[in-house]
Design a binder for this molecule. Structure first.
Ligand code: SF4
Ligand code: FES
Length: 248
């Protein structure tokens, strides 16, 4: 495949960015999007140019490191797919593809396609833990969990913290991410001691980090590579209301 890429290039957090155009040739339709960028970067290095900076790690869709806007869509055109798992066969030969970093106030650009997602860490630090001693795996099996709760907690736990939900949200809100983390622990018996402080603390950290509020646009769930459902945001709101009511 031969493609034209228009890629956001920005040398540092405070420098002015711009779209740069590159022709990429002889790309296998079975290459992943990141492998296609690798091919371009190898050529840029050979030509003495600065390679395009982008985040990645597992390249298996499980770590949450990769992520970029591809033709204006977080993680690109395939539903429930991370950028590293997106293959070039989903594009047309000769196509022009725009590649940009996540655009959100709470995710400042570090360089090119790399953004600082440290704001997610501050949300996790505010409540993404439990204090109950859980012991080893056999001890965990001694605590019965209803199947429906276990399934719902597991679904919430599949959030990989990629940030696509924030990039897609017109408000730059991280409510889907926060709801997944609150729901994951709040659905299990081991997560009950901190249930109230968790939801209050994580939402305060969310707002402090500069994320916007949720207005039920629903864009987040459509781009989420793990299909985290909007119902978790409803559950978060319910938990929050109960927690603040208890506190008076
Ligand atoms: S909720 Fe989905 S889109 Fe948002 S960080 Fe988690 S996995 Fe990524
Ligand atoms: S590189 Fe790990 S999810 Fe894409």
């Amino acid at each position: 495949m031969n493609l034209k890429l228009r890629v956001w290039r920005q040398t540092g957090p405070t420098s002015r960015g711009r779209m740069a155009t590159y022709d990429v040739t002889d790309i296998s339709p079975d290459a992943s999007f990141l492998e296609m960028l690798d091919v371009l970067n190898e050529r840029l290095i050979l030509e003495g140019e600065e390679p395009i900076a982008f985040d990645h790690d597992c390249r298996e869709g499980i770590c949450g490191m990769c992520g970029m806007m591809i033709n204006g869509v977080a993680h690109g055109p395939s539903r429930a797919t991370t950028t590293c798992q997106l293959h070039m066969r989903h594009f047309k030969d000769g196509e022009t593809i725009d590649v940009e970093p996540w655009r959100a106030a709470a995710f400042p650009v570090v360089k090119d396609l790399v953004v600082d997602r440290g704001a997610f860490d501050s949300i996790i630090q505010a409540g993404g833990y439990i204090s109950a001693p859980t012991g080893a795996a056999p001890d965990a099996h001694a605590t019965p969990v209803p199947k429906a709760d276990a399934d719902a907690a597991f679904e919430a736990a599949t959030c990989i913290g990629c940030g696509a939900c924030v990039a897609a949200c017109p408000n730059g809100s991280a409510m889907l991410f926060t709801a997944a983390k609150v729901g994951h622990l709040g659905l299990l018996p081991q997560g009950q001691p901190e249930r109230d402080t968790r939801v209050v603390g994580m939402l305060a950290a969310h707002d402090e980090a500069g994320f916007g509020g949720c207005t039920n646009a629903g864009e987040c769930t459509t781009v989420c590579p793990k299909g985290i459902p909007l119902t978790l945001i409803g559950r978060l709101n319910s938990d929050y209301r109960k927690a603040v009511t208890k506190r008076g």
